[in-house]
Design a protein around this ligand. Structure first.
Ligand code: ZN
Length: 102
């Protein structure tokens, strides 16, 4: 193994304190060797839990910490009950173009 945290140190030098790939990434990137560590390939599903996790890189065997941030988003733009009202409210300018496909 090369110098510890070599990849991360280099990335911080080039990109600043939140370097691309080491921050907000979809897969953890090893701070030692810079390889992407695939969660499903490594059975690292515990990484989906919010918090800090100690792992060992499958590429260079270096140990490092993965900090997981979980975010939730909520959609309310699809409402089934809204279909009932479309007949009255939805017809505007182009009512003449309505075709029935039989
Ligand atoms: Zn590594």
């Amino acid at each position: 193994m090369a110098e510890k945290f070599q990849a991360l140190k280099k990335a911080i030098e080039e990109d600043g304190p939140l370097p691309d790939g080491f921050w907000g990434a979809s897969q953890p990137k090893c701070p030692h060797c810079g390889e992407i560590c695939d969660i499903s390939d490594n059975d690292w599903y515990r990484l989906y839990d919010e918090g800090e996790h100690e792992v060992e890189c499958p590429h260079c065997d270096g140990e490092f910490t993965v900090s997981t941030r979980v975010s939730h988003s909520f959609d309310t733009c699809e409402q089934e009950a809204m279909d009932d009202e479309d007949d009255e409210a939805g017809q505007g300018k182009e009512a003449g173009n309505a075709r029935s496909v039989d």
